[in-house]
Design a protein around this ligand. Structure first.
Ligand code: CTP
Ligand code: CA
Length: 224
């Protein structure tokens, strides 16, 4: 019922959002991922839909139910997330990147399970890594007419959140960066956020992720 009575702040708007970790395969049974639970991104998708937006959610591997009225596209790797997001970006006026995208992937995943090799003394394998595309920076760099009007990035840092967040705002050329105020919020149901934009900084005090998501949706609506 509370959901039904949310003010329709984003009525008629289209919002694209990434959430969750990515999974970078090493071989058919192993890979590199991270501790992102996807909860914050799914909460924002839900809050935006409740606010009347048409929401497309591109999700990495997470175990979360799809929020009502949200179109969900599941992906595994950063490259797959990039390939799903880029063609959709031009149809959305709002883009929110909450995904914890792997910065690097193995240059080549092995087609078969990598086996221990006693004849080599079980020498551990070495993986050459290559950089993944930056989804947020690529969307923000789309030419006018294809670029969403508002691009929002997230930042999880272990130190100097305000400085690193502002650096990301400028480097990725986005309108807003939302910092997770530590300690690590992975998997928790609450969070505290630092909003960083060209004007300055504002803190959203610790609260459950859905109520923070609703505050963030109000913040986004105020800007469009
Ligand atoms: N991001 C993205 N694609 C990537 C990496 C990051 O879309 N390949 C987005 C994230 O979803 C987030 C923002 O960029 O919204 C910041 O991510 P973060 O990992 O903090 O930034 P990086 O530029 O990767 O810097 P760092 O060295 O701190 O990891
Ligand atoms: Ca990163």
């Amino acid at each position: 019922l509370i959901a039904f009575f949310q003010p329709k702040l984003l009525a008629g708007r289209k919002l694209l959002i990434t959430a969750g970790p990515t999974f970078e395969a090493l071989d058919p049974v192993r890979g590199i991922t991270n501790l992102s639970s996807g909860k914050m991104g799914f909460a924002i998708a839900r809050a935006a839909a409740e606010a009347g937006a048409a929401v497309t959610l591109v999700a990495g591997p997470v175990h979360l139910p799809t929020p009502r009225h949200v179109r969900r596209i599941d992906v595994q790797s950063a490259q797959q997330m990039f390939d799903a997001v880029l063609p959709l970006a031009a149809q959305h006026e709002l883009f929110v990147a909450t995904a914890a995208v792997a910065d690097w992937r193995p240059l080549a995943a092995s087609a078969h399970k990598i086996k221990k090799d006693p004849s080599q003394g079980n020498r551990p394998p070495a993986f050459e890594m290559t950089e993944n595309p930056d989804i947020l920076a690529s969307v923000a760099a789309l030419p006018a007419g294809q670029r969403p009007r508002l691009c929002v990035g997230f930042a999880a840092e272990s130190q100097d959140l305000a400085r690193h967040g502002r650096d990301k705002l400028l480097r990725k050329k986005v309108e807003l960066v939302v910092g997770n105020i530590g300690p690590a919020t992975f998997g928790r149901d609450d969070n505290a956020l630092l909003l960083i934009d060209a004007e300055g900084e504002r803190e959203l005090p610790r609260a459950d992720k859905l109520s923070l998501a609703r505050q963030l949706v109000a913040e986004i609506a105020r800007r469009v």
